[in-house]
Design a protein around this ligand. Structure first.
Ligand SMILES: O=P(O)(O)OC[C@H]1O[C@](O)(CO)[C@@H](O)[C@@H]1O
Length: 388
Protein backbone atom coordinates (compact mmCIF):
# COMPACT_ATOMS: atom_id res chain seq x y z
CA UNK A 1 0.00 0.00 0.00
CA UNK A 2 1.36 3.42 -0.87
CA UNK A 3 0.37 7.08 -1.13
CA UNK A 4 2.14 10.29 -2.24
CA UNK A 5 4.92 11.39 0.12
CA UNK A 6 4.27 14.95 1.31
CA UNK A 7 6.68 17.61 0.01
CA UNK A 8 6.84 21.33 0.71
CA UNK A 9 7.03 22.51 -2.91
CA UNK A 10 3.30 22.79 -3.55
CA UNK A 11 2.39 26.50 -3.14
CA UNK A 12 -0.55 26.96 -0.81
CA UNK A 13 -0.14 23.54 0.80
CA UNK A 14 0.28 23.21 4.56
CA UNK A 15 3.88 22.03 4.15
CA UNK A 16 4.69 24.97 1.87
CA UNK A 17 3.30 27.31 4.54
CA UNK A 18 5.57 25.80 7.20
CA UNK A 19 8.65 26.80 5.20
CA UNK A 20 7.38 30.08 3.75
CA UNK A 21 5.24 31.52 6.57
CA UNK A 22 6.07 29.73 9.81
CA UNK A 23 9.85 29.45 9.58
CA UNK A 24 10.52 33.17 8.87
CA UNK A 25 8.55 34.06 12.03
CA UNK A 26 10.26 31.34 14.01
CA UNK A 27 13.73 32.48 12.93
CA UNK A 28 12.93 36.03 13.96
CA UNK A 29 11.79 34.82 17.38
CA UNK A 30 14.94 32.74 17.80
CA UNK A 31 17.33 35.59 17.04
CA UNK A 32 15.34 37.95 19.25
CA UNK A 33 15.20 35.56 22.23
CA UNK A 34 18.94 35.29 22.91
CA UNK A 35 21.78 37.80 22.33
CA UNK A 36 23.47 35.86 19.56
CA UNK A 37 26.49 37.51 17.95
CA UNK A 38 26.86 38.57 14.31
CA UNK A 39 28.18 35.14 13.23
CA UNK A 40 25.26 33.17 14.65
CA UNK A 41 22.68 35.72 13.46
CA UNK A 42 24.05 35.68 9.91
CA UNK A 43 24.19 31.87 9.85
CA UNK A 44 20.57 31.62 11.03
CA UNK A 45 19.39 34.10 8.39
CA UNK A 46 21.41 32.33 5.69
CA UNK A 47 19.77 29.05 6.66
CA UNK A 48 16.32 30.60 6.27
CA UNK A 49 17.18 31.97 2.81
CA UNK A 50 18.72 28.66 1.74
CA UNK A 51 15.67 26.70 2.88
CA UNK A 52 13.26 28.94 0.99
CA UNK A 53 15.07 29.61 -2.28
CA UNK A 54 18.49 27.98 -2.23
CA UNK A 55 19.99 24.54 -2.73
CA UNK A 56 20.13 22.16 0.22
CA UNK A 57 23.66 22.13 1.63
CA UNK A 58 25.21 19.26 3.59
CA UNK A 59 26.26 19.55 7.23
CA UNK A 60 29.88 20.51 7.62
CA UNK A 61 32.16 17.47 7.38
CA UNK A 62 33.40 18.28 10.88
CA UNK A 63 29.89 17.88 12.36
CA UNK A 64 29.71 14.80 14.63
CA UNK A 65 26.67 13.51 12.74
CA UNK A 66 27.68 14.46 9.19
CA UNK A 67 27.89 10.82 8.11
CA UNK A 68 24.69 9.94 9.94
CA UNK A 69 22.73 12.51 7.89
CA UNK A 70 24.31 11.27 4.67
CA UNK A 71 23.05 7.79 5.59
CA UNK A 72 19.63 9.16 6.51
CA UNK A 73 19.24 10.21 2.87
CA UNK A 74 21.13 13.50 2.59
CA UNK A 75 23.41 12.40 -0.19
CA UNK A 76 20.62 12.22 -2.76
CA UNK A 77 19.25 15.62 -1.69
CA UNK A 78 22.34 17.81 -1.45
CA UNK A 79 22.32 20.57 -4.08
CA UNK A 80 18.59 20.24 -4.77
CA UNK A 81 15.83 22.69 -3.72
CA UNK A 82 14.61 21.96 -0.19
CA UNK A 83 11.06 21.55 -1.50
CA UNK A 84 12.08 18.45 -3.44
CA UNK A 85 12.93 16.61 -0.24
CA UNK A 86 10.15 14.81 1.65
CA UNK A 87 8.54 17.32 4.02
CA UNK A 88 9.43 15.21 7.06
CA UNK A 89 13.06 15.06 5.94
CA UNK A 90 13.32 18.76 5.14
CA UNK A 91 11.60 19.98 8.31
CA UNK A 92 13.76 17.74 10.49
CA UNK A 93 16.94 18.83 8.72
CA UNK A 94 15.94 22.47 9.17
CA UNK A 95 16.02 22.01 12.95
CA UNK A 96 19.36 20.20 12.78
CA UNK A 97 20.82 23.02 10.68
CA UNK A 98 19.39 25.62 13.06
CA UNK A 99 21.40 24.04 15.89
CA UNK A 100 24.45 24.22 13.61
CA UNK A 101 23.84 27.91 12.93
CA UNK A 102 23.42 28.80 16.61
CA UNK A 103 26.59 26.93 17.58
CA UNK A 104 24.81 24.31 19.69
CA UNK A 105 27.32 21.58 18.87
CA UNK A 106 30.39 23.72 18.21
CA UNK A 107 32.99 24.12 20.97
CA UNK A 108 32.49 27.67 22.18
CA UNK A 109 30.22 29.83 24.27
CA UNK A 110 26.97 28.81 22.58
CA UNK A 111 27.67 25.10 22.87
CA UNK A 112 24.78 23.29 24.55
CA UNK A 113 22.57 26.39 24.69
CA UNK A 114 19.02 25.39 23.72
CA UNK A 115 17.83 28.12 21.29
CA UNK A 116 14.24 27.38 22.29
CA UNK A 117 14.85 27.46 26.06
CA UNK A 118 13.54 31.03 26.47
CA UNK A 119 10.15 29.94 25.05
CA UNK A 120 10.02 26.69 26.98
CA UNK A 121 11.09 28.32 30.26
CA UNK A 122 8.54 31.11 29.91
CA UNK A 123 5.74 28.62 29.29
CA UNK A 124 6.66 26.43 32.24
CA UNK A 125 6.96 29.41 34.57
CA UNK A 126 3.77 31.06 33.33
CA UNK A 127 0.36 31.65 34.81
CA UNK A 128 -1.25 29.04 32.55
CA UNK A 129 0.82 26.31 34.22
CA UNK A 130 -0.03 27.78 37.65
CA UNK A 131 -3.69 27.39 36.75
CA UNK A 132 -3.07 23.84 35.50
CA UNK A 133 -1.45 22.90 38.79
CA UNK A 134 -4.41 24.27 40.72
CA UNK A 135 -6.85 22.42 38.43
CA UNK A 136 -4.98 19.19 39.12
CA UNK A 137 -6.31 19.43 42.66
CA UNK A 138 -9.89 19.28 41.32
CA UNK A 139 -9.42 15.85 39.73
CA UNK A 140 -10.43 12.77 41.74
CA UNK A 141 -7.48 11.88 43.98
CA UNK A 142 -8.14 8.13 44.23
CA UNK A 143 -6.80 5.95 41.42
CA UNK A 144 -10.21 5.46 39.87
CA UNK A 145 -11.28 5.01 36.25
CA UNK A 146 -12.62 8.53 36.37
CA UNK A 147 -9.18 9.90 37.22
CA UNK A 148 -7.56 7.72 34.55
CA UNK A 149 -9.93 8.97 31.86
CA UNK A 150 -9.43 12.59 32.88
CA UNK A 151 -5.64 12.24 32.84
CA UNK A 152 -5.61 10.57 29.43
CA UNK A 153 -7.74 13.38 28.12
CA UNK A 154 -5.39 15.97 29.67
CA UNK A 155 -2.38 14.32 28.03
CA UNK A 156 -4.21 14.31 24.70
CA UNK A 157 -5.35 17.93 24.83
CA UNK A 158 -2.01 18.99 26.28
CA UNK A 159 -0.80 18.43 22.73
CA UNK A 160 -3.18 21.21 21.70
CA UNK A 161 -1.54 23.20 24.47
CA UNK A 162 -4.45 25.43 25.20
CA UNK A 163 -6.42 22.79 27.01
CA UNK A 164 -5.49 20.36 29.69
CA UNK A 165 -6.44 19.72 33.32
CA UNK A 166 -8.61 22.79 33.48
CA UNK A 167 -10.91 21.69 30.73
CA UNK A 168 -10.92 18.03 31.67
CA UNK A 169 -11.75 18.87 35.26
CA UNK A 170 -14.70 20.91 34.00
CA UNK A 171 -15.84 18.67 31.18
CA UNK A 172 -15.54 15.44 33.14
CA UNK A 173 -12.86 13.95 30.98
CA UNK A 174 -13.43 14.59 27.30
CA UNK A 175 -14.25 17.02 24.58
CA UNK A 176 -15.96 14.34 22.62
CA UNK A 177 -17.05 16.38 19.63
CA UNK A 178 -13.46 17.18 18.65
CA UNK A 179 -12.28 13.58 18.87
CA UNK A 180 -12.51 12.14 15.37
CA UNK A 181 -11.46 8.63 16.41
CA UNK A 182 -11.53 7.28 19.95
CA UNK A 183 -10.13 3.85 20.83
CA UNK A 184 -9.49 4.80 24.45
CA UNK A 185 -11.56 1.87 25.78
CA UNK A 186 -9.20 -0.56 23.99
CA UNK A 187 -6.23 1.19 25.54
CA UNK A 188 -7.57 0.86 29.08
CA UNK A 189 -8.67 -2.75 28.51
CA UNK A 190 -5.20 -3.63 27.22
CA UNK A 191 -3.44 -1.91 30.13
CA UNK A 192 -5.69 -3.81 32.57
CA UNK A 193 -5.01 -7.07 30.76
CA UNK A 194 -1.24 -6.57 30.69
CA UNK A 195 -1.24 -5.09 34.22
CA UNK A 196 2.21 -4.70 35.69
CA UNK A 197 4.13 -4.57 32.41
CA UNK A 198 6.34 -1.91 30.87
CA UNK A 199 4.67 1.06 29.21
CA UNK A 200 6.71 3.28 26.88
CA UNK A 201 5.77 6.87 26.15
CA UNK A 202 7.33 8.69 23.21
CA UNK A 203 7.02 12.26 24.45
CA UNK A 204 6.39 15.31 22.31
CA UNK A 205 6.40 18.87 23.63
CA UNK A 206 7.73 20.27 26.89
CA UNK A 207 5.75 22.62 29.14
CA UNK A 208 1.99 22.34 28.98
CA UNK A 209 2.15 18.99 27.21
CA UNK A 210 4.87 17.25 29.22
CA UNK A 211 3.20 18.26 32.49
CA UNK A 212 0.03 16.19 31.90
CA UNK A 213 2.13 13.43 30.32
CA UNK A 214 4.11 13.07 33.54
CA UNK A 215 0.94 13.16 35.63
CA UNK A 216 -0.36 10.29 33.49
CA UNK A 217 2.93 8.44 34.04
CA UNK A 218 2.48 8.86 37.78
CA UNK A 219 -1.03 7.44 37.54
CA UNK A 220 0.10 4.40 35.53
CA UNK A 221 2.76 3.63 38.12
CA UNK A 222 0.86 4.51 41.28
CA UNK A 223 -2.27 2.60 40.19
CA UNK A 224 -0.22 -0.49 39.31
CA UNK A 225 -1.29 -0.44 35.66
CA UNK A 226 2.41 -0.32 34.78
CA UNK A 227 5.36 -1.70 36.74
CA UNK A 228 7.73 0.47 34.76
CA UNK A 229 7.31 3.47 32.47
CA UNK A 230 10.01 4.49 30.01
CA UNK A 231 9.64 8.03 28.69
CA UNK A 232 11.54 8.74 25.46
CA UNK A 233 12.64 12.32 24.87
CA UNK A 234 14.68 14.07 22.17
CA UNK A 235 18.48 13.99 22.46
CA UNK A 236 18.69 17.67 21.45
CA UNK A 237 16.42 20.69 20.93
CA UNK A 238 14.00 19.99 18.07
CA UNK A 239 10.80 21.35 16.50
CA UNK A 240 10.93 24.28 18.94
CA UNK A 241 9.15 22.84 21.95
CA UNK A 242 10.07 19.15 21.88
CA UNK A 243 11.01 17.84 25.30
CA UNK A 244 14.59 16.93 26.24
CA UNK A 245 15.87 15.52 29.55
CA UNK A 246 16.40 19.08 30.81
CA UNK A 247 12.70 19.73 30.24
CA UNK A 248 11.72 16.57 32.13
CA UNK A 249 13.79 17.68 35.12
CA UNK A 250 12.33 21.19 35.02
CA UNK A 251 8.78 19.82 34.87
CA UNK A 252 9.27 17.39 37.75
CA UNK A 253 10.71 20.28 39.74
CA UNK A 254 7.74 22.50 38.85
CA UNK A 255 5.42 19.81 40.22
CA UNK A 256 7.49 19.20 43.35
CA UNK A 257 7.69 22.84 44.24
CA UNK A 258 4.05 23.63 43.47
CA UNK A 259 2.11 25.15 46.31
CA UNK A 260 -0.84 22.85 45.68
CA UNK A 261 -0.68 19.56 47.58
CA UNK A 262 -1.88 17.37 44.69
CA UNK A 263 0.89 18.58 42.38
CA UNK A 264 3.59 18.40 45.05
CA UNK A 265 2.68 14.79 45.90
CA UNK A 266 2.88 13.76 42.25
CA UNK A 267 6.23 15.53 41.83
CA UNK A 268 7.65 13.67 44.84
CA UNK A 269 6.35 10.33 43.58
CA UNK A 270 7.90 10.93 40.15
CA UNK A 271 11.25 11.78 41.76
CA UNK A 272 11.17 8.58 43.80
CA UNK A 273 10.09 6.56 40.75
CA UNK A 274 13.20 7.82 38.96
CA UNK A 275 15.29 6.87 42.01
CA UNK A 276 13.94 3.33 41.99
CA UNK A 277 14.03 2.83 38.22
CA UNK A 278 10.24 2.52 37.96
CA UNK A 279 10.39 5.65 35.79
CA UNK A 280 13.20 5.73 33.26
CA UNK A 281 13.88 8.57 30.83
CA UNK A 282 15.74 7.53 27.72
CA UNK A 283 16.69 8.94 24.36
CA UNK A 284 18.24 7.86 21.07
CA UNK A 285 19.62 9.74 18.02
CA UNK A 286 16.81 8.27 15.92
CA UNK A 287 14.29 10.51 17.73
CA UNK A 288 15.74 13.40 15.73
CA UNK A 289 16.02 11.40 12.50
CA UNK A 290 14.14 12.62 9.40
CA UNK A 291 12.63 9.19 8.82
CA UNK A 292 9.48 7.28 9.69
CA UNK A 293 9.55 4.86 12.62
CA UNK A 294 9.26 2.06 10.09
CA UNK A 295 13.00 2.62 9.53
CA UNK A 296 14.04 2.58 13.18
CA UNK A 297 17.35 0.85 13.86
CA UNK A 298 17.50 -2.60 15.46
CA UNK A 299 18.76 -1.40 18.86
CA UNK A 300 15.81 0.92 19.32
CA UNK A 301 13.37 -1.63 17.90
CA UNK A 302 14.49 -4.11 20.55
CA UNK A 303 13.80 -1.56 23.31
CA UNK A 304 10.14 -1.34 22.30
CA UNK A 305 9.71 -5.05 21.70
CA UNK A 306 8.07 -6.58 24.75
CA UNK A 307 6.48 -3.35 25.98
CA UNK A 308 2.86 -3.82 27.03
CA UNK A 309 2.04 -0.61 25.19
CA UNK A 310 3.82 2.32 23.58
CA UNK A 311 1.99 5.63 23.69
CA UNK A 312 3.07 8.13 21.03
CA UNK A 313 2.30 11.74 21.71
CA UNK A 314 1.67 14.47 19.17
CA UNK A 315 1.59 15.27 15.51
CA UNK A 316 5.18 14.61 14.51
CA UNK A 317 5.26 11.17 16.16
CA UNK A 318 2.01 10.35 14.32
CA UNK A 319 3.55 11.37 10.99
CA UNK A 320 6.52 9.15 11.76
CA UNK A 321 4.32 6.25 12.85
CA UNK A 322 1.99 6.03 9.85
CA UNK A 323 4.29 7.65 7.28
CA UNK A 324 4.20 11.30 6.15
CA UNK A 325 2.01 10.52 3.19
CA UNK A 326 -1.35 11.56 1.79
CA UNK A 327 -3.21 8.39 2.75
CA UNK A 328 -6.96 8.23 2.22
CA UNK A 329 -8.22 9.22 5.69
CA UNK A 330 -10.32 6.06 5.95
CA UNK A 331 -7.21 3.81 5.69
CA UNK A 332 -7.10 1.51 8.73
CA UNK A 333 -4.74 2.82 11.43
CA UNK A 334 -3.79 -0.76 12.27
CA UNK A 335 -2.62 -1.35 8.71
CA UNK A 336 -0.07 1.47 8.91
CA UNK A 337 0.96 1.09 12.55
CA UNK A 338 1.55 -2.67 12.45
CA UNK A 339 5.29 -2.32 11.72
CA UNK A 340 5.85 -0.88 15.21
CA UNK A 341 7.54 -3.39 17.55
CA UNK A 342 4.86 -3.22 20.29
CA UNK A 343 1.18 -2.43 20.66
CA UNK A 344 0.74 1.31 20.09
CA UNK A 345 -1.56 4.14 21.00
CA UNK A 346 -1.42 7.50 19.22
CA UNK A 347 -2.56 10.50 21.27
CA UNK A 348 -2.51 13.31 18.75
CA UNK A 349 -4.16 16.59 17.90
CA UNK A 350 -4.23 17.10 14.14
CA UNK A 351 -1.69 19.72 13.00
CA UNK A 352 -0.64 18.48 9.56
CA UNK A 353 -2.17 16.80 6.50
CA UNK A 354 -1.63 13.20 7.55
CA UNK A 355 -4.66 11.40 8.96
CA UNK A 356 -5.88 7.81 8.84
CA UNK A 357 -8.40 5.66 10.67
CA UNK A 358 -11.39 8.01 10.48
CA UNK A 359 -14.86 6.73 9.52
CA UNK A 360 -16.09 7.77 6.08
CA UNK A 361 -19.15 9.51 7.56
CA UNK A 362 -16.98 11.58 9.90
CA UNK A 363 -14.62 12.51 7.05
CA UNK A 364 -17.57 13.62 4.93
CA UNK A 365 -18.96 15.71 7.78
CA UNK A 366 -15.57 17.37 8.41
CA UNK A 367 -14.98 18.01 4.72
CA UNK A 368 -18.44 19.52 4.35
CA UNK A 369 -17.84 21.88 7.26
CA UNK A 370 -15.29 23.65 5.06
CA UNK A 371 -12.69 24.18 7.80
CA UNK A 372 -9.05 23.02 7.50
CA UNK A 373 -9.79 20.24 9.98
CA UNK A 374 -6.59 18.32 9.29
CA UNK A 375 -4.31 21.20 10.21
CA UNK A 376 -6.12 23.67 12.46
CA UNK A 377 -5.19 21.86 15.67
CA UNK A 378 -8.79 21.60 16.84
CA UNK A 379 -9.39 17.89 16.30
CA UNK A 380 -7.73 14.88 17.86
CA UNK A 381 -7.47 11.12 17.73
CA UNK A 382 -6.88 8.32 20.21
CA UNK A 383 -5.98 5.37 18.00
CA UNK A 384 -4.85 1.96 19.15
CA UNK A 385 -3.22 -0.99 17.44
CA UNK A 386 -3.26 -3.95 19.82
CA UNK A 387 -1.06 -6.10 17.58
CA UNK A 388 -3.47 -9.03 17.72
O1 LIG B 1 4.32 19.26 18.45
P1 LIG B 1 3.64 18.35 17.52
O2 LIG B 1 2.25 17.99 17.96
O3 LIG B 1 4.45 17.14 17.19
O4 LIG B 1 3.46 19.16 16.19
C1 LIG B 1 4.48 19.37 15.30
C2 LIG B 1 3.92 19.86 14.02
O5 LIG B 1 4.16 21.23 13.89
C3 LIG B 1 4.64 21.50 12.60
O6 LIG B 1 6.05 21.55 12.67
C4 LIG B 1 4.19 22.80 12.05
O7 LIG B 1 2.86 23.01 12.31
C5 LIG B 1 4.19 20.29 11.81
O8 LIG B 1 4.81 20.20 10.59
C6 LIG B 1 4.51 19.24 12.83
O9 LIG B 1 4.01 17.98 12.51
Amino acid sequence: MTAPVIRSDVPGSFAWGVFHDRHPKLIQQVIDALPYGPGERAAVEDLLAESISGALQPLSTSAHDHQQWVEWGGEGLHGRPWGEAPFLWAESYFYRRLLEATGYFRPGTWQGIDPFAPFKDAELAGAAVDAELVALGDLPSEFTDKRAIALLSSALWGNRADLSFQITAEAGGSIASDLVADDSESLWAELERAQGGRVCIIADNAGRELLPDLVLVDHLLASGLAAQVVVYVKPQPYYVSDATMADVLATVERLRTATTAAAGTIGERLWRAMNSGALVVRTHPFFCAPLPFHDMPADLRSEFAGAAMTILKGDLNYRRLVGDQLWPPTTAFTELASHFPSAVTALRTLKSDVIVGVDAAVVAQLDNAGTPWRTNGRHAVIQVDLRR
